[in-house]
Design a protein around this ligand. Structure first.
Ligand SMILES: [Zn+2]
Length: 438
């Protein structure tokens, strides 16, 4: 097995390493049995090895630099586990229902879980193809449909389907929310086709190849990505560089001027890096200042880019603003991912991270803390910007109702157990934005 290495940019220390000969794995969107495991793939053999940084070239080092998902594929292929062909479960009825759902893709109660089932696990590819077409991007940028499809399949398949939360369905959900935000009148009027393409691409790829554990976990286990990115926005940098690697490999934008491609790559980076929850205050402070001073001018490309960053941040954490039935499912999934990390830490004799202890951190208390200290402040500012459109009012109502429901469940839990975990957790989430919910 050999890999190819490409230096993406002279000013970046990141490398994108792609495996040769993995077309057979990548070519099939849908039910790949080897991707439907139940465990986040971290190669623990690599955790405790110390390697000198800054030097590449050996086969061993190439292996270490592979993306999580590529390494996962490669190791299975090396062990002779050949992926099975996709199961063709779809029939015309399912496709018809999926098409019908797409006709309402701009509505806030769009059920992404149902859409994912109807598309046989291809929600991200199907949604993005539709939205690119709907926004006229294929025509405007003269995009090759085959290349577009290839790029989207690569993105979708580099998400880890075994992650309870950070998987391709989360990416599809964020993209659908982004589409709704791009239609907000305050913004839509000023957006250029480039803004729209960047917004949708960034939403689709913002968590690609997420390992299902957070940055503090990667740092304390001395993962090579943590040293590569010097412990700063480790995951987000990886999502961005992986995206650029796939974008170049697909050749989707190869027909456009070099300066434009460079601009797209930089803007994608700036958007994806904005989803780092550790930078929440930086963005909130700037947004508040703009609203207070009424100095946002959306004719200005820099201001539009800033609002796209805020819109992507909102889309990324909008789960509590969805209707209860969907919001509850997301809450359970994200907590399951936290608890899995806690179990891993326990097994590795590491200190269990905040919010990751299933015995102490309940779903209602985690959610109430998350809503109070992260979601509400951001959406209050988004409401000020959009000036209370029907969508914003719906989201804020859902947020209020969902928080009330979690509070009710917490009270019930307290009356059963009489513990004080809730307040403890609210304090925890306030002081520790380290746990990456995004
Ligand atoms: Zn996310």
């Amino acid at each position: 097995m050999c890999g190819t290495i490409s230096l993406d940019s002279p000013d970046q220390n990141a490398l994108c390493v792609r495996m040769q000969g993995d077309e057979r794995v990548r070519g099939q969107a849908g039910l790949l049995s080897e991707r439907r495991g139940s465990y986040p793939f971290i190669d623990f053999r690599l955790l405790n090895t110390t390697a000198p940084s800054g030097e590449i070239g050996t086969k061993k080092k190439v292996k270490r630099l592979l993306s999580f998902q590529r390494y996962f594929h490669a190791s299975r292929l090396l062990r002779g586990i050949v992926p099975q062909a996709s199961l063709h479960l779809l029939d015309e009825d399912y496709l018809g229902q999926a098409r019908h759902m797409l006709s309402k893709v701009g509505t806030w109660n769009f059920d992404i879980f149902l859409f994912d089932r109807l598309t046989n696990g291809n929600s991200l590819v199907t949604l993005l193809c539709h939205l690119f077409n709907l926004h006229g991007l294929i025509h405007h940028f003269q995009l090759d449909m085959v290349k577009l499809h290839r790029f989207l399949v690569m993105i979708q398949e580099d998400y880890h389907s075994q992650n309870p939360y950070h998987n391709a369905v989360h990416a599809a959900d964020v993209t659908q929310a982004m589409h709704c935000y791009l239609k907000e009148p305050k913004l839509a009027h000023y957006l250029t086709p480039l803004d729209i393409m960047l917004g949708l691409m960034a939403a689709a790829a913002h968590d690609v190849d997420h390992p299902g554990v957070n940055q503090p976990f990667l740092i304390k286990t001395k993962h090579h990505l943590a040293s590569l990115y010097q412990n700063v926005s480790v995951l987000e940098n990886h999502h961005w560089r992986s995206t650029i690697g796939m974008l170049r490999e697909s050749g989707l934008l190869a027909h456009l001027p070099v300066e434009m491609i460079q601009d797209v790559e930089q803007q994608l980076g700036s958007l994806i890096l904005a989803t780092d929850i550790n930078r929440q205050n930086e963005f909130l402070t700037r947004m508040k200042a703009h609203s207070d001073n009424r100095d946002l001018s959306l004719e200005d490309a820099n201001h539009r880019h800033f609002i796209l960053q805020i819109a992507l941040k909102c889309a990324d954490i909008c789960n509590p603003c969805r209707v209860w039935e969907m919001s509850k499912q997301w809450s359970e999934k994200v907590c399951e991912e936290f608890y899995r990390q806690g179990d891993l830490e326990h097994r590795l004799h590491l200190e269990i991270s905040p919010l990751c202890n299933q015995q102490k951190d309940s779903i209602p208390s985690i959610q109430i803390g998350f809503m109070s200290f992260i979601v509400e402040p951001l959406f209050v500012e988004w409401s000020r910007f959009t000036e209370n459109t029907p969508l914003t009012i719906t989201m804020m109502n859902n947020l209020r109702k969902n928080k009330g429901t979690w509070r009710g469940l917490l009270l019930k839990q307290h009356s059963n157990s009489e513990d004080n975990a809730a307040q403890t957790n609210e304090d925890k989430i306030r002081t520790s934005l380290e746990v990456d919910h995004s």
